[in-house]
Design a protein around this ligand. Structure first.
Ligand SMILES: NC(=O)CC[C@H](N)C(=O)O
Length: 360
């Protein structure tokens, strides 16, 4: 069946449908990972986005029940050069096509994903629609240019509805779930932590009532500056308890301290972004998925100092507080998908908690 991807600037890509049928609007972004498509599909940070994979063959190892980062896919659409109809892997439990159909995600394949990616790189992230319907291009373009593409309450839509706990014998951690990948929870559980996962609108008072040794601020979708209530909560927590922020969590810490965030032209999404840790001088290959970034010029006077920089574009990849046990990174130390190079940051969190306990 014919499918089209139409961008807000009027560009039309003709391909064939895979996954579900119909039409789906979203923000068109690209991910450069060669593998990890199931983790990408299920990462709640991609809520509202149509994701293009730049690697030309996707689906070749099928899908399974382990490589998921949440209960179901969150992308609005999936774009590939070619999907593999004959997946082969010892863990394979089904095809990508069937998985997308089951989860009602519309896909398009057979388009020039290289041209699409170059267009996004030049013009920046754009709105788009994948459709198998016969509506006119003009109709779609006018809709894309007039309607607000993404809701502003994305975090409220993907956060846990109720508090849950993963018991452990090590430190008590409260994780604020803004659309948390399960990899974050797994990395804490792997260190024996007793983790209580709370909804995004939980107050600082409620969080401190759990008497946590540390608070984890998770990744999540959308523009961090929209989350004024959560920023106020984070501000109240700083100085009370050790805090580690990942991606959206990092942006919220920065905003809570008075720094600013801005939208990147086309974002960082992939599994091989080089980041330098200024504290140990080493470069790490990191897993990334973000469209916003902390403005470096806004850091002075906030109490935050730069700890990590992106080696490709020099952007802010990590900060720490100079007075309080608070630190954060813009990328994904939990990997999934991507390299485990930055796993040591969870150990750093444990060390910071231990040092904080001794100082009391
Ligand atoms: N993975 C994330 O937490 C993404 C954070 C934020 N939504 C951004 O796009 O920058």
């Amino acid at each position: 069946m014919r499918a089209r991807l139409i961008l807000e600037d009027g560009t039309v890509f003709e391909g064939t449908a895979f996954g579900a049928e119909g039409e789906s609007f979203g923000e068109v972004v690209f991910n450069t990972g060669m593998t990890g498509y199931q983790e990408v599909l299920t990462d709640p940070s991609y809520y509202g986005q149509i994701v293009t994979m730049t690697y030309p063959l996707i689906g070749n190892y099928g899908v399974n029940i382990d490589d998921i980062e949440s209960n179901h896919p969150h992308v609005r659409g999936f774009v590939v050069r070619e999907w593999s109809s004959h997946p082969s892997n010892w863990r394979n439990m089904g095809s990508l096509d069937a998985y997308l159909k089951t989860n009602n995600i519309i896909g398009i394949q057979g388009i020039d994903t290289r041209m699409l990616t170059k267009k996004i790189r030049v013009k920046g992230t754009m709105g788009g629609v994948i459709t198998t319907l016969d509506r006119s291009v003009e109709e779609y373009v006018s809709k894309l240019n007039t309607q607000g593409l993404l809701p502003r309450d994305q975090v409220a839509r993907v956060t846990t509805k109720s508090t849950y706990r993963s018991p452990g014998k090590n430190y008590r951690i409260v994780a604020m779930d803004f659309g948390m990948k399960s990899g974050v929870l797994r990395s804490l559980v792997a260190r024996g932590c007793d983790v209580t996962v709370v909804p995004a609108d939980t107050s600082a008072e409620e969080i401190l009532n759990w008497q946590p040794h540390g608070v984890m601020l998770s990744n999540g979708p959308g523009d961090p500056a929209d989350l004024t209530d959560i920023i106020a909560t984070v501000r109240q927590l700083i100085g009370q308890v050790p805090i580690f922020g990942i991606c959206l969590g990092h942006q919220l810490i920065s905003l809570a301290c008075g720094a600013r965030t801005e939208r990147l032209k086309f974002g960082h999404r992939g599994a091989n972004h080089p980041v330098k840790d200024l504290l140990n001088g080493r470069c790490y290959i990191t897993s990334q998925n973000h469209g916003y970034v902390v403005v470096p010029e806004s850091l002075p006077g906030t109490g935050l100092e730069l700890t990590h920089i992106n080696q490709n574009d020099g952007s802010v990849e990590g900060v720490r507080h100079t007075e309080h046990p608070v630190f954060s990174v813009q990328y994904h130390p939990e990997a999934r998908p991507g390299p485990d190079d930055s796993d040591y940051l969870f150990d750093r969190f444990m060390e910071i908690i231990a040092a904080h306990g001794e100082g009391k």
